[in-house]
Structures are given as C-alpha cells and as structure tokens.
Design a protein around this ligand. Sequence first.
Ligand code: 3H9
Length: 676
Amino acid sequence: MTSPVRTERKDDVLVIISDNPPVNALGAAVRQGLSAGLDEALADDGTKAVVIRCDGRTFFAGADITEFGKAPQQPSLLDVIERIEAFEKPVVAAIHGTALGGGCEIALGCHYRVAARSAKVGTPEVKLGLLPGGGGTQRLPRIAGVALALEMTAKGDPISAARAQEAGLVDKVVDDAALAEEAVAFARQVAKVRPLPRASERDAAPDPQAVEAFVRANGRRFKGFDAPAANIACVVKATETSFAEGLAFERAEFVKLLNGTQSAAQRHMFFAERQAAKIDDLPADTPLRRIENVGILGAGTMGGGIAMNFLTRGIPVTIVDTSQEALDRGIGVIRANYDRSVKSGRFTAVQVDAIMARLTPSLTMEDFAQSDLVIEAVYENLDLKKQIFADLGKIAKKGAILATNTSFLDVDAIAEASGRPADVVGMHFFSPANVMRLLEVVRGEKTAADVLATVMALGKTIGKVPVVSRVCFGFIGNRIMAQRSAPCTEMLLDGASPEQIDKVFTEDMGLAMGPYQMSDMAGVDVGWHRDPNRIETIRDALCAEGRLGQKAKAGFYDYDDQRNRTPSAKTAEIIDAFRAKAGRAKREVSDEEILERAIYPMINEGAKILAEAVAQRSSDIDVVWVTGYGWPIYTGGPMFWANTHGLDRIVAGLERHGVEVAPLLHEKAQSGSIFT
Ligand code: 3H9
C-alpha cells in the first residue's frame, strides 16, 4: 500500500506532506509516514529545516476516531509529537483548513506554526467525550495561558488563525494561496535558530481566578458531562507539575474517558450524525434540483423561524400569510430576533438590513409561482393542508419542490392532493426553527429521488442535521414521544407528582426537560378542545382553570415573573380529585417504576419504528432524539442508551408493566445482540 505521506525537497527544506482524504485524520499509515519523513530529514545533512503540511481540504483534523478501541499501532500519536518536538532541526507546521485535536497537537509539537488566514485551530476532543491526549492540555496553557487553554479544551470550539496568532499559538498568518511557499521561506529563516523553542520547556503560569471564573460561567453547559472536568483538571495540572508528570496525568485521564460510556456515546453520535445524511437506496450522485429561492406559507412562529434559516444563508424568501396583520406580526418577530443577534454581536446592523432585504412578504400564494421550494407551515389540519397543496400543485412552477412542515399528519395524503406527489416531501422543523438542529425529512411513498436528495443537501446547507423518516403518525420523534404520555398520566393517578416524573427525565436521565415542563412551555392548551365545561382529563381541568402553562404563569407548575418554576398545590389538588373519582388509592411510585413505565416504552416504539423501516437505522433514532428532543448526547440517544442499559432489563420491565414487547426488541434481548 502506498503511504499517504510523501516528501518534497525544496533545496535545504524538506516538506513532509500528508494526503489522507477526506480530513487527513492521523491514522497509523499517516503516523508512520510522518516518522519516515523525519528519518529522511535527519539522515540528510543538506536538510536544515522541515515543514509539515497537508494536501486536500484541511490540515490534520485529529486522531483517526475509527481507530479508538482497536489494538494500538506504532508509532503512537504521542510518540510522533514527542519526536517532532525533540527534533534537532526546526520543524514548521503549515496549517490550512482546520487543525483539530491531534492535528492541533502536532502543530503544538512543532517549533513554529504558519497558518493560512482562513485556517482554524482547535481541540474539540471534549465533544467526543475526550481530552487532547497528545500533550495538548499541557502545551496549550504553556503557550497560550490557562484561560484560553480552558476555553479551547473544555468547550472545544476552534479559534481563528488571527486569534491564534494573538495568543502566540501561531507565529505567522499568510494568504491562503501562499501558505506552502511562505512556510518553506519561514523554515529557511529559522533554520539556524538554537535552542529551538519547545512548548514543553516553557512554564505554565497558574491562574486560579481564570479557572474559577471559567468553572462558574460554564457550570450549566457542562452539567452531566465527564469530559469538561477532566480537561480542566489537566490544564490546571500543567501549572502545578513538570511537563512529564502533566503528560502522565493527561494520559491517565484520557484513557479513563476513552474507556467510559460517555465517550463511546459521543463518538457514536459523531458518526451517527454523518450517517444520517446517507440514504440507503439513493445513489450518492443523485442529481440535485437548484434551490435559489424559497416560498414559505405561514408567518407564524414556525414559518418565521424556518424563513430565518434561509435568509441568514443568503437564500431569498417569499413569505405569505392570509392577513396583513399576521404578516406584519411575523415579520416583526423575525426582525426582533435578528436585532437580538446584533446586540449579541453575531451580526452587524448592516448585515441584518441585507438579510431582511431578502424577505418578500405577500398576501397571495400566486407569488410562489417562481419559488424553487415552497414550505407550508400552517396549523395542523389535514383538510386545510390538502386544499393548500391542491392550490400549490397548480401555482408552483414545474420542478418546484413542495414541502409540508406537518409534525404528524399523513404526508402521502397531502402529496396526492397536490396532483404531483413526486414533488412533495415533509420538512419537519423543530421549534424554535431557527435554532433547533434537527430536520426530519419525511419521505412519502412517491417522493422523487432527486427531491429527497435535494432536501437532504439543503438541510445541511442551512445548518441542520437532516434525518429521513418514512410516513407514519408522528414520524420518528413524535411517535416515540407519544409513548410516554399515557403511562405518565397513569402514574400521576397512582401517586407520582409531575415534579417527580420530570426529575426522572431530567436529573436521572439527563434530558433537557421532563414531559410536564415541556407541556407548560409549549402550552398546556395545545390541541385542547377549548370547552371549559368538558373536563375529561387532568389537562382539561388545568385548561379550564386557566392553567395554560408558562404563558399564563400557571400550568402543571406555578411560575413567578421570572418564569421560575415551583410545584403547584392546585395541580396536586386536581390530580387528587381525578384519582378519587377513579376510586384509586394513592401509593408511592418509585423512580425506577417511572423509568420502566415512561422510558422503556419509548425504546419499545423505537424497535417498532426500525422493524417497519420508518427509520433507516437505529442511530437515526438517536440523532432525532439528541438533536430535536433534548436527549443528552452523553448517553448517545435512546437506542444507544438502551444497549448500555441492557435490552433484557428493558424487556423484563416492559413485561412487568403489561406492555407488549416489540418482536425486534425481544429478539435482540434474547439473542444477546444490540441495536446497531
Ligand atoms: C483526537 O484527536 C485525540 C487526540 O487528542 C489524542 C489521541 C491520542 N477520524 O465532518 P465531515 C470523517 S480525537 C476519522 O462530514 P466536514 C467523517 O466521519 C479527534 N474520521 O466533513 C466523514 O466520513 P464519511 C479530534 C473522520 O467538512 C468524513 O471524514 N478531532 C474524522 O463537514 C468527512 O467529515 C475531531 O474531533 C476523524 N478525526 O467537517 C474533529 N473527522 O464521509 C472531527 C472526520 O464517511 N472532525 N472524519 O461520513 C470534524 O470536526 C469535521 O470532520 C471537520 C470537517 C471539521 C474536520
């Protein structure tokens, strides 16, 4: 096998070049190639300095994540980095694209770093539940100081070349096109410098205030995660001990994280998100339709949020609603959202004006005649949607894609009504649609291949994580969510409180919200029949009392003016009354029972969704729940969590509570296999 690493001689400078598409991950062959390149530089007296650079779209994007958990191959990344730093001739990193993780650590091991202006450097290992295990936690604070090292390692966001230069992480920033040449020239300039600057030989100044401020500022963000604390501990260690001891500490912490469930879950999600973009029966080269402008029907919260995704990325939007008032209100909300982004520094006022100029409000669907894609975002009513699609089928130009944002209705029925079902697809956004990353792409019976491929690609363009679902009630996400509502109501009647049930979801399982917190946020009256005299459920009773959720400062919980939540005596009274009416006795409900009755059925439904091929793969279900429903990434989504929790345990729990176990779940539990 030919090596992905080659060398080129530029007079007295040896350039070691990696070409390992797509992202120059530092797999064994690359590490061996780098080592061989150093051998060559060492053996040749004519070589006075070395440059390490990469071909393709990026400098090394990190260790090869697919190698984790497999038998280690020599040389290790740590060995290569140590060897670079100890090298007796100057080694210069020439950085373009993104120098990430192990890639950033290679650069830090080099004596000098030259970066292309558009380059970024970062240590995102924390997002994989890890820490930079190639000496990054020890070299970063030595070069850039504790505060930036904490930001980079424990949060994992990359920084620009300019910022890296300011912090001393990069010695020179050059024009992108001139990088290769400039790096060689720089190497030549420093060829005679001795002693060589080695990060490991510098001291890292302690900065307890920075550590304290950082921990305080990020407590909420890090809640539940193991890796941020380990990253922080390693950076602090760098200020307390020798480099060698710090490195040993880093190694031990890295191995601990690597062998833990959280990192396995986060690495699973890394690949799951990328896998979700692939459609099994669709060739990767399926031609795409051009989407240069978008029509959106409905200027409400959903329509407005959807519009922002396109506007922000330079795609013009025509937004239509039935009344001038609704249109004005919707546009006002969009404007206010962008104005907030100006305040936060994300956009300038001039940029926002340019964004808003791409928005064309209209009162007639006829204005969709030239739209490449029309997304319907009106309220959930099948007859209404069918009528709209019948109209759109006539108004939209040939080749336009017609999408519905329905969250549970029959996309096939809507598609048929249009008279051109091949052009129709579901695009299910999640609220707030300008923020939430999930996009469920609902593939109808007759959705054309190029329509599906276009919408998947467009989803990525607007920064979403698109996941394909077949048509069924609620698709992947809401169908699973629906499973928890009936058992939770039953448990309220048995004696659990809304706060106890929510606690199991949030504190124990790590979800962003429990069912009752979510209900209060969305509005207890969503889908309510609106007759205060018709009280058949606990929800009807809450609504009849005006307890409509956060917006009314009362729902399942009570709220103060700052929306702080407290348990409600009134809600408890309503539940007690329902229990008494049903002639049931109040009893203790354990947290374990809540887990078994509320969470296990969600897994059971996931198994049914897989068996019916509504989802292509179990990891797609995980992506839906992590990106759209607040399932914590560190347990890897419901199906990954189920694997780690034990499928046999889940089957036993379901049976204990009289739930019919999905055949696929049963089969897997019995055969000792897992969802893959
Ligand atoms: C590390 O470095 C540990 C060390 O500190 C210590 C070791 C001792 N490995 O994202 P894309 C694949 S941990 C293997 O769609 P983009 C990816 O799966 C690592 N494969 O492209 C996909 O495959 P496919 C720290 C990788 O342009 C393809 O490349 N580094 C790796 O949107 C294209 O990826 C990171 O965490 C990898 N490291 O974004 C950085 N990276 O085509 C992880 C990517 O089969 N990577 N692949 O689906 C990224 O953040 C993005 O890939 C990047 C490009 C920004 C580079």
